[in-house]
Design a protein around this ligand. Structure first.
Ligand SMILES: *[C@@H]1O[C@H](CO)[C@@H](O)[C@H](O)[C@H]1NC(C)=O
Ligand SMILES: *[C@@H]1O[C@H](CO)[C@@H](O)[C@H](O)[C@H]1NC(C)=O
Ligand SMILES: *[C@@H]1O[C@H](CO)[C@@H](O)[C@H](O)[C@H]1NC(C)=O
Ligand SMILES: *[C@@H]1O[C@H](CO)[C@@H](O)[C@H](O)[C@H]1NC(C)=O
Length: 192
């Protein structure tokens, strides 16, 4: 009687470990499905007025580095390749340049392709409004000829403590090499 019950229990544990093993094998092929729904969505516009040799007073950005064959007054040929631009642009809720800013977009972009306009962005949204205090930090490649481009929201501070997500950029308007306006749709997937 005693022997029989211990054989049964051995068999039971053997079967149990088999099912565990097969589950474990199954799980290695399963990617955990997390809901891809943003915890916060926001839309802002920011306005960039590039220095062109004549508009020092109202320029919000300037070429600070250029290839040896170019200069920092006029954007370089070949898709501005090699130009590095520093900016401090107003952020607004609508596409109206003259509406009250809710903060500043501060950072730089550089042009990193000769055959097509492509830049790389590294900047922060520094919020200073009654609604938001704090910052969001952005980084990523911007193939700016594409209608929409996604860059990463790599972190945040203040109201956006530890935030992460994706920002979809769209060129909302541009005037030659002097002015452009970017519509920025921010979708955060990590909020605290
Ligand atoms: C910048 O200033 C110039 C002249 O000082 C003016 O004509 C132009 O409209 C201004 N640009 C913007 C975007 O305010
Ligand atoms: C900068 O480069 C542009 C275009 O090549 C040229 O027209 C301009 O004279 C240059 N400016 C300076 C200050 O070197
Ligand atoms: C934020 O806004 C307030 C009120 O407009 C202003 O006094 C303050 O200087 C601003 N701070 C920054 C860092 O821009
Ligand atoms: C940008 O657009 C080009 C041409 O339509 C496409 O081949 C490319 O994949 C796009 N790049 C991104 C990052 O979406």
């Amino acid at each position: 009687m005693e022997l029989r019950s211990s054989i049964y229990s051995l068999l039971f544990f053997f079967l149990l470990s088999l099912t565990n093993l097969s589950n474990a094998l199954k799980n290695t092929h399963k990617i955990p499905q997390r809901p891809r729904k943003p915890c916060k969505s926001m839309v802002y516009y920011f306005h960039d007025v590039l220095y062109n040799g004549k508009n020092a007073k109202n320029a919000t950005s300037a070429i600070v580095g250029a290839p040896a064959w170019a200069n920092t007054t006029i954007a370089a040929g070949q898709s501005h390749f090699g130009d590095v631009v520093v900016f401090d642009d107003p952020i607004t809720l609508t596409n109206d340049f003259y509406s009250t800013p809710v903060g500043r977009a501060q950072g730089f972009y550089l042009y990193d392709r000769k055959d097509v306009f492509t830049s790389w962005l590294g900047f922060s949204f520094v919020f200073n409004s009654t609604e938001h205090k704090g910052s969001l930090n952005f980084a990523g490649a911007d193939p700016l000829m594409n209608k929409t481009r996604d860059i990463s929201v790599v972190g945040g501070t203040g109201d956006f403590f530890m935030a992460r997500g994706v920002a979809t950029l769209m060129t909302d308007a541009f005037e030659g090499d002097v002015y452009f306006r970017l519509r920025t749709e921010i979708n955060l997937y990590e909020c605290w």
